[in-house]
Design a binder for this molecule. Sequence first.
Ligand code: ADP
Length: 628
Amino acid sequence: MAQRQFQTEVSRLLHLIIHSLYSNREVFLRELVSNASDALDKLKYLSVADDAYKSISFDPRIDISFDKNAKTLAVSDNGIGMSEQELADSLGTIARSGTKAFLEKLELDAKKNSNLIGQFGVGFYSAFMVADRIEVTSRKANEESAWKWSSDGKETYDIESAARDTQGTTVLLHLTEEGLEYANRWSIEDIIKRYSNYITFPIYLTFDEKEWDDKGNEKGSKTKTERINSGAALWRSPKAELKPENYNEFYKQLSHDKDEPLLYIHTKAEGSLQYITLLYIPRKAPFDMFHADYKPGVKLYVKHVFITDDDKELMPVWLRFVRGIVDSEDLPLNVSREIPQQNRILANIKNASVKKILSELKTISENDKEKWNVFVSEFNRPLKEGLYSDWENREAITGLVRFKSSAVDGWTSLAEYADRMKADQKYIYYISGSDEKTLKASPLLEAYRAKGIEVLIMHEEIDEIVVPQLGRYKQATGDASREWELKAVNRSGADEELGEKPDSKTESDSKPVIEKVKNALGERVKDVRLSRRLQDSPSCIVADENDPSLQMAQILKAMGQGDVPDAAPILELNPSHPLVSGLKDTEDALVIEDTADVLLDQALLVEGLKLKDPAGFVKRLNRLLSRK
Ligand code: ADP
């Protein structure tokens, strides 16, 4: 017998599971059953698709049994099984990609997050919550020998040669005192019905039933085996027979989410392509939504047989939070994206699903405020990705994305903005940056506010990329349609609606000031101008019409694209501010230089940008303040 050491992460996980996650122990059974079901799926698939396995005829099933006296519980399947190497690889290391991330999150605050285990599902190892020793006996399909993996869930595990009549796996738990509560018929039935009812394979429970004679005396007991899951693939039932509870229960099992879904969409297509989709939008964004290696949430079935849960193409990336199943009648079981016709079928299903989801979201946005707000707060960002990655659906997505605004609390749509707009307003205005509060307080908004012009607040990083690409917004009104350009207020051209240009007297009065500031700042600015946008503040910066915004430049830098040239901003001055007008009569070079620098740096600061030389700024400010 060879004793082996667990991979470090497994030890950490086991320790955590055993010591901090007692609250939801029962999920161990769901995890073991779901592993068994996966193993059956795999073998069923191979027995149809792979010649090497075609000779295997098997009746897929999962069996659960327990022995109160021996304090054991066993979950057994006749699925694909594991070879010696696979036992070591799968049960000695962490197989699931999300588990590592889960682990890191959990360790931050193990106690508080104890119900995370339900959300993520940590698989096989969760059985150590109820067992102090586990034996896994497995025989791989098409192999002669069987192997037994065993461990007490501490540091090490053993693998030794074993015997098993057929292919498959038996997980035998030696229950702890706490685990003993699951060694009875009713607990097991209850847990299976709750978590695993729709597992498509039959799950049988073997138990002893007492027998009574006519007089009501116990005369012994009889061993019985009964099927305890319903097994019908829920999505194949007619809609009329399904209640919301059925959909919700199926969702929880499918997604390992403990919350109910926000909405579900069940579609049966019976035209030239035949398929069923059952898609869900969760109430909470999946934890890995912003990880590059996120796990796709939609599973592919073909004629009721599970094919894969790892096909990222079933949904567009921007809808990666969608959960559910796609079940096609037209594909072969050994479906391949390499074959154009099969790929086309999948693409068709995907396109139709996206359209369906978008139209459902539109309905919700119009009719169900509560649900819609949940959706926006969780999924507005990925939806915005759709604006630049999904041209075909751009119009529908544009109708759904939401922004903050200088005029209203909460979120607003472009349509609502357009409705509020004055009849002769030429552009839709927005300001972009990284922080909502900073943007709302920006001096750039002063004049727009004074004029009653609403400005959209684009505080999400993705806005910097999406909005310039979107460019325009078109609104159909009856037969006609109107269209507006989206204009950033921190751009040089965006001030034409703000009133008259400074008159020629102000212009000529300020000329020397402009010259002095320009000379003092040199290369740091592209130009210095009088502003029409400022009411109370002395200065602001804007980007030249065709330059990238400074915020965009900082994002590109942060993304490692360091070779973006710094586009110098245009500095705009408020001629009626004393700090600016005071420069007219000064010839003191140091004062001019200090003032010019402070005017620029404070304008950068209020836009939430980083100063290159904060110490210099403070020094100049202090020098100005202490000037007699
Ligand atoms: P996950 O199921 O998320 O991959 P687990 O820790 O539950 O994580 O299982 C690890 C791996 O062990 C599985 O991916 C699978 O390869 C293997 N495994 C577990 N149970 C079985 C089983 N009953 N039959 C075959 N393989 C299994």
